[in-house]
Design a binder for this molecule. Structure first.
Ligand code: C5P
Length: 224
């Protein structure tokens, strides 16, 4: 775990992958969980940066916000923040990053034309957590903790522990988005904290702010 002084960098919200200036691929993430984590980190007294995709939430007090649109922009903003940190960094990846983006973004609105079909070619987006994890492994970021989120439908703990190892995370917060009171747009979350060794800590249904405070406390305490 990082030595003090510590700062928090949090990614939040969806990304938008533009097809043309007026159309994009995205998802229903509202950014609520990430904004709650940023609020909790700032309230705990840490320097906190929030790298936010397009959401309609106001910035929590004492949080520095960087607005981004696409996954590639989000990655660059996260790297820049982490590289410029003076001490240790806890990066918490709550963002619902789009897995794919259009291979080409038209710079003018695409006309409907007369064709009955249209094919959109997609290319894979970078995985922000994996990229940062590789940077940490290669010594680019020395004092970096990585915490992920996993929104799953059905057996979230199993999937999450695989992702935790694959992305070399300190821990991952898993939630079953198909359960009532969990997931996108609601104010509550029922989550499990999954550690790389497979240990799972199931949490009760609580507000996103309560969960955020737990995550910040766990992140600064270090891995169990
Ligand atoms: O999408 P997935 O289930 O793999 O997301 C797990 C974690 O990885 C989340 O914390 C998410 O923010 C992060 N992620 C990322 N870059 C991506 C996809 C996911 O950082 N391109």
């Amino acid at each position: 775990m990082p030595k003090r002084p510590l700062e928090f960098v949090i990614s939040a919200g969806p990304t938008r992958e533009h097809i043309d200036p007026v159309r994009f691929l995205s998802n229903p993430s509202t950014g609520k969980m990430g904004f709650a984590v940023a609020r909790a980190a700032a309230e705990a007294g840490f320097k906190t940066s929030l790298i936010a995709g397009p959401v309609s939430l106001s910035t929590p007090r004492n949080v520095e916000r960087v607005n981004v649109v696409s996954a590639c922009e989000m990655l660059e903003a996260c790297k820049a923040k982490i590289a410029s940190a003076k001490g240790g960094v806890v990066f918490i990846s709550t963002a619902a990053v789009a897995d794919f983006r259009p291979a080409v973004t038209a710079n003018k609105k695409i006309k409907k034309g007369s064709a009955e079909e249209m094919t959109l070619r997609l290319v894979k987006n970078p995985d922000i957590l994996k990229t940062l994890s590789a940077g940490k492994r290669d010594g680019l970021y020395k004092d970096l903790s990585l915490i992920g989120f996993a929104a799953e439908t059905g057996s979230p703990a199993e999937e999450a522990s695989r992702k935790c190892r694959e992305k070399n995370l300190d821990f991952i917060v898993a939630n079953d988005v198909s359960m009532p009171g969990s997931g996108f747009a609601v104010n509550t979350n029922r989550a499990s904290i999954v550690f790389p060794d497979g240990t799972v800590e199931d949490l009760a249904l609580m507000t996103k702010l309560q969960l955020a405070r737990k995550i910040v406390a766990l992140a600064i305490k270090g891995v169990k």
